[in-house]
Design a protein around this ligand. Structure first.
Ligand code: ADP
Ligand code: ZN
Length: 738
């Protein structure tokens, strides 16, 4: 027999090897093979009787005790390789986490103590030894270290008992459990309201139905409509059918709070279904163990961020993609896959049900629902009959005219915060300042501090006294006076607004308030995140200031005011999704208010208060926004009317990059001549024209026939010869157009 193997090397093809007699190899087995003068790892993707190649070399070794990749996941990887134009090994790399790809088995072993059956006649023991034996018999297998601590004995004492044949000390796998320290109280299913019951009913019907590949569901439910309860009960249904489930949550929302809601329902109580968690905060060892818990079928529910879509759940019955509109589902390096779309394809392959949930579905998904490709489930009211929060919009232009300056807080927002402090209620203030537009500018000569390697201005970080580039990380000391030799203005102003400035203005206005800031600068470790949120939950924080980190999924009943400091930040960007993103963000942030007994209030400060994204968000009107935004997309043939492929060329020599881009465009026209609806834009300098010393040029291609375009692009890439120092990447369905 012959094994076809995809090596862990970016070669773009597969190789055949002989299977030595006695070696057990299946499709999906990880193997070690000879390659040139080296030994490399790879994955068996096919078993054949014959090979077109002569002189095959034998496989060297099988890795692990069980095949790693199921045939269905292999099919999924093959689809990814083709659709995202990335080659089979790149696609395969995505489906197997680094932690389980190693040759060495990644289990952690510890010595364990086990009491052996009593002997006849019982050996003579000292009083102390009798006591120790009593403890040893009380428990099952105990880790040696714990045993020594509990019995206050030394390892010699333990060894002596072992010599007497009273206990056995042996190495055993000791599983890492990232949630071991937590005690989670079990929860019972809630009685569903009519909207939830209808949604669950449709999902249940699809699960039990005769249709092997039911349509994906789009669950459009306003914030607080109780989507999570629907997910939980849908999972209970697939478990009852003996199947497993995957729950995808955006990285940022994968908080302990979220994970606990799932563990509480399934991991405690009589069912005791193990929930495995896969995300980037776990150590490599924890990730290894969690992955194998799923692979071995001990955990039946996998919850995680983007890459959990590949979790090796056998008999997969349900995939849930929560906050399906989230951009973090898109991987920004090869393979540039979108986990929501991969989930839809995986569900089709596995004949599973997929539920995409959001309060603000992305236009692509809602369009699919309109076209009948998805089934729409709507939950338009909050589950607990709480009212949607009142949203007030403040025209910051008028405030600036009246106050003759541009304050951070309008009088209305200031007043509202004061009220909350008096009433001992909490406030969340939100500013989505992603940094690179916050600049250091001299008001006299107009000097702006620029990154030497990227085409963006530097961001001022006051606490550290530094200027930083948010693209490449370049850092320098903030100048005390304007660096322009002719100017030297000591009053160089730190213009622009970031969360740090909001915090400092707030501290000056409300010296007695307990204020916490939450953004990627203040949160370096996962413990920080827990601590800050813990302080909000227990009422130790009055005002929480943050970036989009605080917009997602958080649930604090005592937050009655949400302030959005500068709502139009995301509108004036070179990206056709600016409006959509702003609408989503405002709706999500507003959804954080009034989750308790007191009605919530949202105050939105904006310089373009009449922009449709802001006005529709104010009225909680998704359908209105969708209709209006679709007109604009249709005019320009942007998604969801068509799909986009974005080619990016980059290199240090601008002329070469530009010239290469022109050449690519010419070849592209030839390669795609059969695709009738193609629109090509560019090449043009990317909005982020220079990054990390490299110049960047883009070609944008629009079409409805993406499968055909992907094929053509793969062909183009294979034949293309670019100068050594110019690189090209292909991004299918990009979310980042910078
Ligand atoms: P979403 O995920 O749609 O934003 P959640 O699932 O967080 O909403 O639910 C919002 C709140 O409503 C939660 O506190 C939840 O416990 C509560 N809730 C959900 N379903 C019900 C129900 N059927 N009856 C009462 N309360 C519910
Ligand atoms: Zn830079």
């Amino acid at each position: 027999m012959i094994a076809r193997v995809t090596l862990d090397l970016a070669l773009g093809k597969e190789f055949d090897y002989l299977i030595p007699g006695g070696m057990e190899v299946a499709i999906g087995t990880r193997v070690k093979v000879p390659f040139a003068h080296r030994q490399v790892l790879g994955c068996v993707t096919d078993l054949l009787e014959t090979s077109p190649h002569a002189d095959l070399r034998p496989l060297l070794k099988v890795i692990g005790r069980q095949s790693h990749v199921s045939p269905k996941i292999l099919r999924l990887a093959r689809w990814m390789g083709e659709y995202y134009c990335c080659g089979p090994e790149t696609a395969l790399r995505a489906v197997l986490p680094e932690a389980v790809r190693k040759e060495k088995d990644g289990w952690r072993e510890h010595l364990f103590v086990r009491a052996l059956p009593p002997q006849e006649p019982p050996p003579k023991l000292s009083r102390r030894q009798e006591e120790i034996m009593a403890l040893a018999r009380a428990g099952a297998d105990v880790p040696l270290q714990e045993f020594l601590r509990a019995t206050r004995s030394s390892s010699q004492t333990a060894r002596r008992l072992e010599d007497k044949g009273l206990i056995a000390i042996a190495p055993k796998i000791s599983e890492r459990d990232p949630y071991a320290r937590e005690t989670i109280l079990p929860t019972q299913p809630l009685a569903l309201n009519a909207e939830q019951a209808r949604a669950l009913g449709e999902i249940a019907a699809a699960m039990g139905g005769a249709n092997k590949a039911p349509l994906p569901f789009l669950l459009h439910g306003v914030t607080g409509s109780g989507k999570t309860e629907v997910y939980l009960q849908a999972i209970a249904l697939v478990l009852a059918q003996g199947k497993g489930a995957i729950v995808l949550v955006p990285e940022i929302a994968l908080t302990p709070q979220t994970v606990e809601r799932f563990k509480a329902r399934f991991s405690s109580g009589p069912q005791q279904t193990l929930v495995a968690v896969l995300h980037s905060h776990l150590s490599a060892g924890e990730r290894h163990d969690e992955w194998h818990k799923i692979r071995q079928g001990r955990a039946r529910i996998a919850i995680g961020a983007r890459s959990a879509v590949f979790a090796p759940v056998e008999r997969l019955g349900l995939i849930i993609v929560d906050e399906e509109h989230e951009h973090s589902y898109k991987q920004e390096e090869a393979p540039r896959y979108h986990a929501r779309d991969v989930a839809v394809v995986r569900a089709r392959i596995e004949e599973a049900v997929v539920v995409l949930g959001s309060a603000t579905p992305c236009l692509e998904s809602f369009y699919n629902a309109q076209k009948g490709k998805y089934r729409l489930l709507e939950m338009p009211t909050r589950a607990d009959d709480k009212k949607m929060p009142v949203v007030r919009i403040v025209d910051m232009r008028a405030v600036a005219r009246k106050e003759k300056s541009s304050p951070v807080f309008s009088p209305l927002l200031k007043e509202a915060i004061t009220q909350r402090l008096e009433r001992k209620e909490q406030t969340m203030l939100f500013l989505n300042r992603r940094g690179f537009s916050t600049s250091l500018q001299c008001p006299l000569c107009g000097y702006v501090a620029q990154c030497p390697d990227c085409s963006v201005s530097l961001t001022y970080h006051r606490q550290e006294g530094k200027l930083k580039c948010h693209i490449c990380g370049h850092e320098s000391t903030a100048p005390p006076v304007c660096p322009d030799a002719k100017c030297r203005n000591p009053a160089i102003r730190y213009s622009g607004l970031g969360t740090e400035r909001v915090e400092s203005v707030l501290t000056a206005l409300f010296p007695h308030a307990r204020i916490k800031r939450m953004d990627s600068d203040t949160l370096k470790r996962k413990e920080d995140y827990r601590r800050v949120l813990g302080d909000v939950r227990t009422g130790k924080t009055d005002i929480l200031v943050g970036t989009q980190m605080i917009a997602k999924g958080l649930h604090f009943p005592n937050v009655t005011l949400v302030g959005i400091v500068h709502a139009d930040l995301g509108l004036h960007v070179p990206d056709f999704r600016g409006s959509e993103r702003t609408f989503q963000l405002l709706t999500q942030v507003a959804g954080r208010a009034g989750r308790g007994d007191v009605e919530g209030e949202v105050i939105v400060q904006a310089f373009t208060p009449f922009h449709p994204a802001i006005q529709y968000a104010r009225r909680h009107d998704f359908n209105g926004f969708y209709a209006q935004e679709m007109e604009f997309r249709a005019q320009l043939k942007y998604p969801p009317i068509s799909r986009i492929a974005l080619l990016l060329l980059r290199g240090r020599n601008e002329e070469k990059v530009k010239f290469s881009a022109e050449c690519v465009k010419r070849d592209l026209e030839k390669a795609t001549s059969g695709i009738s609806d193609l629109i090509t834009k560019g090449p043009a300098a990317a909005p982020l024209a220079r990054s990390k010393t490299e110049y960047r040029y883009q070609i944008m291609i629009l079409t409805r026939q993406m499968t055909r375009l992907s094929l053509a692009l793969a062909g183009l890439e294979a034949t293309l010869t670019l100068p050594e120092d110019v690189k090209m990447s292909v991004d299918i369905d990009p979310v980042n157009l910078m």
